[in-house]
Design a protein around this ligand. Structure first.
Ligand code: NAD
Length: 356
């Protein structure tokens, strides 16, 4: 066994079907009676449902959450927190709602209950990314980790096919990078391999039948495991590139992850053979990158950066940004390597296998 360090994260997890009904009891367990429910505008109905389930323990809803947690949205939500003396935050929806809840917790110390409805995994991490004046910064602090996560499989039945596919691949990206993380540990590696093995077939089943509750259950369990990996270890090139593409060029979060993942895995393959064996084993394929490429195709997820809104004229700047303050990565991150990777991903070309 190679030496490692491991810090367990103290979130309480309630997983199942219909678990949303346990929210009042979970809030009471925290000793809270004045929750603010936050969501994106598209999830107003869900926020309203959560608010009515909480009844007198809810002081209202704030439905202005947005991608990448803009600080001005947080400031508006904080006005509600203060005006109504909220004593807790309940987030309902995807990573955007959960990000807002974390930003509020960072500034107030209020406890959080997260009710995830996508597979992004933010609920399981002590990480917060925020944007201020178009600049995105990310921090890792235990203060933003939700106290409780209530996973209700039923909420994910409405996740549209396209978002299910890209959000699922976003989750798998956390597990893949956990397997070759610089600070990897046995818990993260075990979870990561199992998460990919559960998530990939579940996503294929859901693509054919979005209302398959067993597959939805597996996918949400996989999302919890993938998110836990993201919370436990550092991420590498894939997350760096997606951070650059989302933060500086406004590309959509989950679809960008879906496009980029097989390219980064091909780039890193020769430098992380053990991780690649585990990814391939979990996918039931010979080769990790080709297996992820095939999964993405089977899910009909976007195949090129061009499809998700990238401009060819921005590729040079994206390559420059990719090598500025790089994250640790198993393979050397070179300007030429990034430019070639981005070019291939832009056109959705065949994978490039880097050789050492
Ligand atoms: P999102 O939260 O923006 O949701 C995407 C869209 O799907 C929204 O319009 C939302 O209202 C809708 N939606 C959510 N659940 C739905 C459901 N069940 N049915 C129908 N529609 C639904 O997107 P996301 O991909 O979940 O999260 C992305 C954001 O989360 C980014 O800002 C990203 O940086 C952040 N994130 C943070 C972490 C972290 O650890 N800090 C991890 C992953 C993602």
């Amino acid at each position: 066994m190679t030496p490692f360090t491991y810090t367990a994260l103290p979130t309480r997890v309630v997983f199942g079907m219909g678990t949303i009904h346990e929210l009042p009891a979970e809030l009471a367990r925290l000793g809270c009676r004045r929750a603010l429910v936050v969501s994106t505008p598209e999830q107003q109905t869900l926020a309203g449902r959560v608010a009515s389930l909480l009844g007198p323990s809810c002081i209202g809803t704030f439905t202005g959450a947005a991608m990448h947690t803009p600080v001005e949205v947080t400031a508006a939500a904080l006005q509600h927190v203060r005006a109504h003396s909220a004593d807790s935050v309940v987030s309902a929806g995807g990573g955007s709602a959960i990000g807002l809840s974390k930003a509020i917790a960072l500034r107030t110390g209020l406890p959080q209950v997260a009710v995830p409805a996508t597979y992004a995994g933010s609920e399981a991490t002590p990480i917060l990314g925020e944007t201020d004046g178009g600049r995105k910064t990310t921090q890792r602090t235990a203060e933003v980790l939700p106290e409780v996560v209530v996973y209700d499989v039923d909420l994910t039945l409405t996740l549209p096919a396209a978002l299910t596919a890209t959000s699922g691949l976003n989750a798998i990206a956390h597990a893949v990078e956990a397997l070759y993380a610089e600070d990897t540990n046995p818990v993260a590696s075990l979870l990561a391999e199992q998460a990919i093995a559960v998530m990939a077939p579940a996503l294929r089943t859901i693509a054919g039948n979005p209302f398959d509750r067993a597959a939805r259950s597996d996918a949400l369990y996989g999302a919890w495991a993938c998110g836990t990996c993201l919370g436990l270890v550092g991420m590498s090139l894939h997350h760096k590139l997606c951070h650059v593409l989302g933060g500086s060029f406004g590309l959509p979060h989950a679809p960008t992850h879906a496009v980029v993942l097989p390219y980064v895995v091909a780039y890193n393959a020769a430098s992380a053979p053990d991780a690649m064996r585990r990814v391939a084993r979990a996918l039931g394929t010979q080769d990790a990158a080709n297996g992820l490429f095939a999964l993405r195709q089977a899910l009909n997820a976007p195949a090129s950066l061009r499809e998700v809104g990238m401009q060819a004229a921005d590729l040079d700047q994206a390559a420059d940004l990719a090598v500025a303050n790089p994250y640790w990565n198993p393979a050397p991150v070179t300007r030429d390597g990034m430019r070639a990777l981005l070019e291939a991903a832009f056109h959705g070309r065949t994978l490039l296998q880097r050789t050492n």
